[in-house]
Write a protein that binds this ligand. Structure first.
Ligand code: NAD
Length: 476
């Protein structure tokens, strides 16, 4: 557990922000304007459940409106409070700026444990919460666009979209009021996997730079790297799955609420996920060792540690004992400011949350654009692209036959080359490009200035600079 002198999540984010602005030259007052959270709305509403009225407390915080709409997930968890929602909203501002998604930062949450309610009850609660937010334009295609976060998924987003549509029957862009919707409810291919996919792309980009890899004391590629993941939810599951199936990394431990599973030979991520979803926990899983004190596994030897559950899990209480040389923050705020400092002094490289988990908001941006343009990506171009490729292949084959050279294109190449990209491929390509470009922008600052020690400060500097320029361009 965190010790008493640990700052709150919001204070932690501010401390990290302060480290960055100390190295920048912002006009007086602007620094404060960027740091503060513009507004936080707190709503208490009742829902009749199981024969009695239950009161819920919900939040929607808007950190910065330098660009609109503002964007950020809605979380259902017992720990939701104003401090947490404001910290997460601030992170959204910096994250969107870093990956050049044209949004301000926002975040919302309901203080409750979704596992205590059945589907029908959750629908009633979600619709009521959506109603409360939508009537104040805190859900709105051009003002404030939520997305899934901890404890919510595309199911809740579909209810929110439908609730908004019922309240705004003539709004042709109603579907753009929320992202992370199911594909058949106005969603986009690749959104569910996006945050975990982004973690994979971030690590791939990091490992493209041997100089950067050397700073963590590691070498080589992702192949064979020993990885520990905390939280096998949406983000952790997809990151673990892609890294193990596509990059040859070994998932040696998975930490969940009820303990950790350990297998030095590499866990079968699909099998663990299946066990978790059918049994509600990881204990009892037959093919790995179960350690009841799961959090201890954060301190286990590994190459890459991926905290993908919740904030503050690496804190002053355990930071000294963390052995991972490379930590990628798939969750928001998994390291407190104090832990961050200890780990930096120990020489660990930390790939910061605002970059590492930006895949979600990036693909949410694509979904929002898709909703506003009312057409699937690739729908106009795909067959035309295929026809042009076919022309080239036909011509090459004709030339080969006419000249008597006799070579032919391999069927595998032809199949790959001839196929026009569908929406999923376009989304992955856009996400990959975004993650590479954002890494480059952080890297330039990290390597370019002697007073910049780490990727987090570099990320904040890039983001704050962009937000500042946007405010300055507007004349505030
Ligand atoms: P989720 O609810 O799908 O999964 C969270 C997982 O963590 C669950 O499997 C849960 O059992 C586990 N967990 C909860 N408490 C734990 C604990 N104390 N120890 C170990 N495991 C625990 O949530 P998610 O959407 O995967 O989000 C996880 C993190 O990623 C959050 O910090 C969230 O803000 C961040 N994030 C999510 C997205 C997204 O697109 N979903 C985008 C950006 C950032």
């Amino acid at each position: 557990m965190a010790q008493a002198k640990e700052p709150s999540f919001r204070q932690s984010v501010d401390l990290m922000f302060n480290r960055a602005v100390a190295l920048m030259d912002l006009p007086p007052g602007l620094e404060e304007k960027i740091r503060v959270c513009n507004a936080t709305y707190i709503v208490r509403f009742g829902v009749r459940l199981r024969g009695r009225i239950q009161t819920f407390v919900g939040y929607r915080s808007v950190h910065s409106e330098h660009m609109e709409p503002v964007k950020g997930g809605i979380r259902y968890a017992m720990g939701v409070n104003q401090d947490e929602v404001e910290a997460l909203a601030a992170l959204m501002t910096y994250k969107c700026a870093l990956v050049e998604a044209p949004f301000g930062g926002s975040k919302g949450g309901l203080c409750m444990d979704p596992r205590q309610y059945d589907e029908h009850e959750l629908e009633m609660i979600t619709r009521r919460f959506a109603y409360e937010l939508a009537k104040r334009d805190l859900i709105h295609p051009s003002q404030n666009v939520p997305a899934p976060d901890m404890g919510t998924s595309e199911r809740e987003m579909a209810w929110i979209a439908d609730q908004y549509s019922r309240m705004n029957t003539t709004d042709i862009n109603a579907r753009a009021c929320v992202t992370g919707k199911p594909l058949h409810g106005g969603g986009i291919a690749g959104r569910v996997e996006a945050t975990g996919r982004g973690v994979q792309y971030a690590l791939r980009e990091y490992f493209r730079h041997p100089e950067d890899v050397a700073r963590s004391g590691l070498s080589g590629t992702l192949e064979g790297k020993r990885v520990i993941v905390q939280g096998l939810g949406n983000v952790g599951y997809h990151a673990a799955k892609f890294l193990s199936e596509e990059d040859g990394a070994k998932i040696i431990a998975i930490i969940e609420r009820d303990g950790a599973l350990v297998d030095e030979g590499g866990l079968d991520v699909e099998a663990v996920r299946h066990w978790l979803s059918t049994h509600g926990g990881v204990s009892g899983y037959p093919n790995a060792m179960h350690v009841p004190e799961g959090e201890k596994l954060l301190e286990h030897e590994c190459d890459i540690l991926i905290p993908a559950a919740l904030e503050g899990v690496i804190n002053l209480g355990n930071a000294e004992r963390i052995k991972a040389p490379l930590i990628i923050e798939a969750a928001n705020g998994p390291l407190t400011a104090g832990a961050d400092e200890i780990l930096r002094q120990k020489g660990a490289v930390i790939i910061p949350d605002m970059y590492a988990n930006a895949g979600g908001v990036t693909v949410s941006y694509f979904e929002w654009v898709k909703n506003l343009s009312h057409i699937r990506f690739g729908r106009l171009q795909r067959r035309q692209e295929e026809a042009r490729h076919q022309l080239l292949v036909d011509e090459l084959e004709r030339l080969s036959a006419d000249s008597g050279i006799g070579w032919s294109l391999s069927p595998g190449f032809k199949q790959k080359y001839l196929r026009g990209a569908d929406e999923l491929e376009l989304v992955r390509s856009g996400l990959d490009d975004t993650m590479r470009a954002a890494y480059q922008s952080m890297r330039e600052v990290w390597h370019g200035r002697e007073d910049v020690e780490d990727l987090r400060v570099a990320a904040y500097m890039v983001s704050i600079d962009r937000v500042a320029k946007s405010y300055q361009a507007k004349g505030l």
